[in-house]
Design a protein around this ligand. Structure first.
Ligand code: ZN
Length: 193
């Protein structure tokens, strides 16, 4: 069940975006800030609902499988995710998320990021997490995620505390540019640690 996953590279999607948000790239200070909690009373506001829709459209268009609000220059605790492909996970919107449990097993995956152009690197993370959050209607969520879903949640939630996947790499020697990733590493079976 575990293998090579790309956090921002899951399939192609044919959405016609109405609004494309600009992605903040590595070096933009907003990516290093801790994001503010969202007041639950603001969740149903038109402004936040529109931002969620625009973030989902931007994510699918890039294409990516996850996007955190600081990546579109909004320093608030909101992430969107979705990967409809086989082995993927449902479209998910998390507001003020927290991880309340990490599984004991670690899994190593290739990760990339829409804010870090052209690079992939191996990151080791717990393969199971239990998450509490609010959804886009303000309803409480409490669920367990595994494999790619768990990795994506951890990657996106890192953006809410000013971290990117490069900070989570224990061995920078796996840092790889995209053409070299395709040439040398894409088909490599990834070890589970
Ligand atoms: Zn990212």
């Amino acid at each position: 069940m575990l293998g090579v996953y790309l956090v921002d590279g899951c399939g192609n999607h044919n959405f016609w975006p109405s609004v494309m948000l600009t992605i903040a790239k590595l070096g933009n200070p907003i990516l290093r800030k801790t994001a503010a909690l969202i007041d639950p009373r603001d969740i149903k506001s038109g402004e936040l609902q529109r931002l969620i829709d625009e973030m989902l459209e931007t994510m699918y268009d890039e294409p990516g499988i996850g996007l955190a609000a600081p990546q579109v220059s909004r320093s608030i605790q909101l992430v969107v995710m979705g990967c409809p492909d086989e082995g993927g996970f449902p479209e998910t919107v998390l507001i003020n998320p927290s991880i309340v449990y990490y599984g004991p097993e670690q899994v190593e995956n290739w990760e990339g990021c829409l804010s870090v152009d052209g690079l992939r690197g191996k990151v080791t993370r717990p393969s199971v997490v239990r998450v509490k959050a609010l959804d886009r209607k303000g309803k409480s969520l409490d669920f367990e995620a595994t494999d790619l879903y768990a990795v994506c949640i951890q990657h996106e939630m890192d953006h809410l505390i000013g971290k990117v996947f490069l900070d989570r790499m224990k061995d920078m020697s796996t840092l790889t540019q995209l053409p070299e990733f395709s040439q040398y590493w894409q088909k490599e079976p990834t070890n589970v640690i």
